[in-house]
Design a protein around this ligand. Structure first.
Ligand code: GP9
Ligand code: MN
Length: 644
């Protein structure tokens, strides 16, 4: 084979190989940004920053190779592979979560070993191999073209290092100009990637994580004072019309996987998707909240659980269940223990998934009925575990055996991405919106609705229904923004606007309270608000607890709901991606009507983060609360129970 003709000096030069690696990698990364990520580029400066942001990290990481006398090429190739792998991991993750991989997410992958596998595979394509083209090309070039490198000079390293630092500072300077306080007030990972690039984001994330673990070590009891004052100033008094109306009753929470509120009342070809939930909205003793939002971050289902039971916000990155399970919490099961309640979780997946077996002890759950308690045969399971119908029916005998009053939580699973059903489980037509995920969603939501109806019927037959509060909540969105085209068709609009996109973050919330007149409620609220609402119904005043929610039934219930990325929706205006909109028109607002709530939102997230990151509840004892010790709890399988 004829060798490529290159000037002799080039063939002998580390620098030429290095520069080739930098340019290829730069082009590849930029192409991936354009194809895979939706980073909300608003102006030409942002476009320019997106284009140049891979340079500094490519120069820096590949430049390290120049330190090696003999193995520079090998070092550059390995580094290229590792960085390409990081980019690809972000691509796959983004296809589902619309988000980027962080250190805590990687730790979760370890905890959930293999169980995320199914979903991950459906997000990959054979063409993805193209994201490693430059790695392959570098190997060929190293063997065939740059095969005579004799250079031993390390001087270029210093120059390259200087260039990479200069490139980074130039990049950061321009980014700060467009978005002041980019690094200090960042709730949104997409911003960091847009401005600084996927690789610099990872470095930033690693630094943040080191900072967070040292934060705990450095905190002391005086740190809780500010939070306590903030809490006192923002407490919503219980409404006397409802306070204690469910005193002593059992409590059942149902996490409805990925159920979004748009589906309630929706008709597909004239057929109701969720006939049971639609009728429940009009039940005499049920409050149905139709302006209620999820507030989850990367921890999804587990974040929703955390919000509902602690009335604290989940973490900006990673999940509390995995990263902060060693913290002290004053969660609902622990609070109710002091009022004679016995608590249990039902979930058709294994107890280590999402670190639940550790976290539930910190929350004070007495029992955890996990996959070991269910018939996990092939026909009963799909995707993440038990199908909802067998899950609820097999749970019934266990529920009935609990000592009353009980506080329980059921985590459903069937309505999970990619929403594919086994044919024998669905009698409902798929949608026809040109998008499989959206089309299938109607079938799996319908299946969940049937499972819930069956559960309610079983509760009635068991006699539990008349003295049990049932709280049903959609845990988070199921259909991400990647499916906006199909969702526009579903909603019958030309395109999904920012305010419509925010409205799609609504999830249904139902609170059934025997003997209390309910009704359809339009007040704006979020998952953080449910705990004070339910505890007040049970006759427990939450004013001494460090929580951030506002009782949905209180006359002082506040007028906004915030999201984990710092956005919010209030009764009149919404702040979305740092822009302020008028709710009535969906148009950008004039003046600064969002400013006041924006300040509150940022303060509240900061306060909650203080509590969670610094583990501040270990320094605080609410009045009348008996702290629990996680070590007192043990979740045995049925087999282990027998052999004890
Ligand atoms: C299952 C559940 C998975 O245990 O946590 O759901 P997700 O968090 O991906 O919605
Ligand atoms: Mn979920």
């Amino acid at each position: 084979m004829k060798k490529l003709i290159l000037p002799k000096e080039m063939k002998n030069s580390h620098i030429a190989f290095f520069m080739t690696a930098v340019v290829l990698f730069w082009i590849k990364t930029y192409t991936a940004y354009k194809i895979e990520f939706n980073l909300g580029i608003d102006n030409s400066l942002q476009q320019f920053l997106l284009f140049i942001n891979p340079i500094s990290s490519a120069l820096f990481f590949f430049g390290l190779g120049l330190l090696f006398k003999k193995r520079a090429k090998m070092f550059i190739i390995i580094t290229n592979f590792l960085l390409s792998f990081l980019l690809y991991a972000n691509i796959v993750y983004y296809r589902f979560f619309n988000d980027f991989v962080t250190v805590p997410v990687l730790m979760q992958t370890k905890t959930n070993a293999g169980q995320l596998g199914d979903s991950a595979l459906s997000l990959m394509s054979v063409f993805d191999i193209l994201y490693f083209t430059d790695t392959a090309l570098l190997i060929v070039l190293a063997l065939k073209v740059f095969n005579k490198i004799t250079e031993t000079n390390r001087k270029p390293f210093k120059i390259v290092l200087l260039f990479s630092i200069a490139a980074f500072l130039f990049n950061l300077g321009l980014a700060e100009k467009d978005r002041p306080q980019l690094l200090s007030r960042s709730f949104d990972r997409a911003y960091l990637v847009k401005y600084l690039g996927a690789y610099n984001f990872t470095i930033y994330d690693i630094i943040q994580n080191i900072k967070s673990s040292s934060q705990r070590a450095l905190a002391d009891s005086s740190d809780i004072t500010d939070v306590e004052n903030y809490r006192k100033a923002n407490y919503s008094q219980p409404n006397p019309a409802y306070f204690g109306k469910a005193k002593g009753m059992n409590v059942i929470y149902v996490s409805m996987e990925s159920l979004q509120n748009f589906v309630i009342g929706y008709k597909l070809n004239g057929q109701e998707v969720t006939p049971f939930l639609n009728s429940l909205a009009h039940d005499n003793n049920t409050f149905y909240f139709d302006n209620f939002y999820h507030q989850t971050g990367q921890g999804k289902t587990s974040d929703a659980e955390f919000l509902m039971e602690n009335s604290l916000y989940p973490m900006a990155q990673g999940s509390v269940f995995v990263n902060k399970a060693q913290n002290t919490y004053h969660a609902s099961p622990a609070i109710l223990k002091g009022h004679g309640y016995n608590s249990a979780v039902f979930h058709g997946n294994y107890k280590t998934f999402w670190n639940r077996n550790v976290m539930y002890k910190a929350l004070g759950y007495d029992q955890f009925f996990d996959a070991e308690y269910y018939d996990m045969s092939e026909e009963n399971t799909k995707n993440y575990g038990m199908k909802d119908k067998p899950f609820f029916s097999e749970s019934m005998p266990m529920l009935k055996s609990l000592k009353q009053p009980f506080y329980t939580k059921f985590i459903s699973l069937s309505n999970h991405f990619p929403f594919e059903m086994d044919p024998q489980d669905t009698d409902f037509p798929a949608g026809n919106f040109g998008d499989d995920v959206v089309n299938q969603y109607f079938q799996s939501a319908h299946y969940m609705d049937q499972a819930l109806e069956q559960f309610f019927n079983d509760l009635k037959t068991s006699g539990l229904y008349d003295h049990t509060i049932v709280v049903l909540y959609g845990d988070h969105y199921g259909i991400s923004e990647n499916h906006d085209d199909a969702m526009a068709k579903v909603l019958g609009v030309d395109e999904i606007t920012p305010t419509q996109s925010a409205a799609l973050q609504r999830v249904p919330l139902y609170i059934h309270v025997p003997g209390v007149k309910g009704g359809i409620q339009h007040q704006v609220g979020g998952e953080v608000d449910v705990r004070p609402t339910v505890l007040h119904l049970l006759g427990i005043d939450t004013k001494d607890f460090m929580e951030f929610g506002s009782d949905l039934l209180s006359k002082q219930h506040r007028n906004f709901v915030l999201f984990r990325n710092g956005d919010f929706v209030s009764t009149d205006v919404s702040q979305l991606n740092e822009k302020c909109y008028q709710n009535a028109t969906g148009e950008l607002a004039t003046g600064t009507p969002c400013k006041e709530i924006d300040e509150k939102v940022k303060t509240e997230l900061d306060m909650s983060d203080e509590v969670v990151y610094k583990d501040l509840l270990r320094f605080y004892k609410p009045q009348g609360f008996t702290p629990i010790n996680p070590q007192d709890y043990e979740y045995l399988s049925p087999k282990e129970k027998k052999s004890k």
